[in-house]
Design a protein around this ligand. Structure first.
Ligand code: PRT
Ligand code: ZN
Length: 226
């Protein structure tokens, strides 16, 4: 990937909950792609735009480091990576261009339904399973609660039953997963939707012109879907 070139590079999730809608949004904005499943990089067939398809967790860092120009990412991952990078003194700035109309969810604290719960103070001294340790600790610190974390990148919802944690801090959309695992949602700590973000350093004129053309189209597509 050459960000000094005239080709605009956009990182999107390769496969997951954001990939289909990220791709269809760009296509609705008039950017055509011929995707080969196995390939990381796809060139647009009608515009000087390259698509980089990666794990969602990698997208904020690629944009913050200026490795790619734009990225489409859930705010939950964006904020988690931002907090982690601030803590580890890595570049953490991005330009937020637009909130998008998909990927909506919330990051919530949930406890086993048989446990009593009268407020976040009840988590003092407990262990909480999560994929989002920085968002969780940021929230707990603001609430003045000390709790430890069990970091799991998957199956967070089974942690209490497996004896790994007392509570969970996990993404929720319908609530069905919590319910199926005997957990009750108690606090919403972060709400999220997909965002399109840009690297912090100014783009060259050719790329800026492409972004200036893309954004009104994107607004038009989203307006039409409201
Ligand atoms: O492989 P890669 O790392 O790219 O993908 P991933 O597995 O990390 O992420 P993925 O594809 O699961 O989710 C991508 C993004 O979609 C998340 O970061 C959120 O911004 C957004 N999103 C929206 C969700 C959900 N809704 C969601 N419901 N991400 C995950 N979930 C999971 C949640 O973790 C839980 O397991 O769905 C389950 C809960 O759903 P309900 O409907 O039962 O409440
Ligand atoms: Zn991920």
């Amino acid at each position: 990937v050459d960000t000094s070139s005239k080709r605009l590079t956009i990182a999107i999730q390769k496969s997951g909950r954001l990939s289909k809608e990220s791709l269809s949004l760009l296509q609705a904005c008039g950017v055509k792609f011929n995707l080969h499943e196995a390939r990381l990089l796809a060139h647009s067939s009608n515009q000087p735009i390259d698509l980089l398809r990666v794990r969602d967790d990698d997208i904020p860092g690629l944009v913050m480091d200026g490795v790619v120009d734009l990225g489409i990412i859930g705010e939950n991952v964006l904020e988690e990576v931002r907090l982690e990078r601030v803590a580890t003194k890595l570049p953490a700035a991005v330009k937020r261009l637009r909130s998008l109309d998909f990927g909506g969810c919330r990051l919530s604290l949930a406890v086993p339904k048989e446990d009593s719960y009268n407020g976040v103070q009840d988590l003092e001294g407990k262990r909480i399973a999560t994929t989002y340790p920085y968002l969780l600790q940021d929230y707990l610190q603001k609430q003045g609660v000390n709790a430890s974390t069990a970091i799991l990148t998957g199956s967070v919802e089974v942690a209490p039953r497996a004896g790994l944690a007392d509570a969970v801090c996990d993404l929720v959309s319908t609530g069905a997963t919590l319910e199926a695992n005997g957990l009750v949602e108690k606090e919403v700590i972060f709400t999220s939707q997909a965002q399109i973000i840009q690297r912090p350093e100014p783009l060259n004129a050719a790329k800026q012109a492409m972004v200036d053309q893309l954004l009104p189209r994107l607004d038009g597509v989203q307006m039409a879907r409201e």
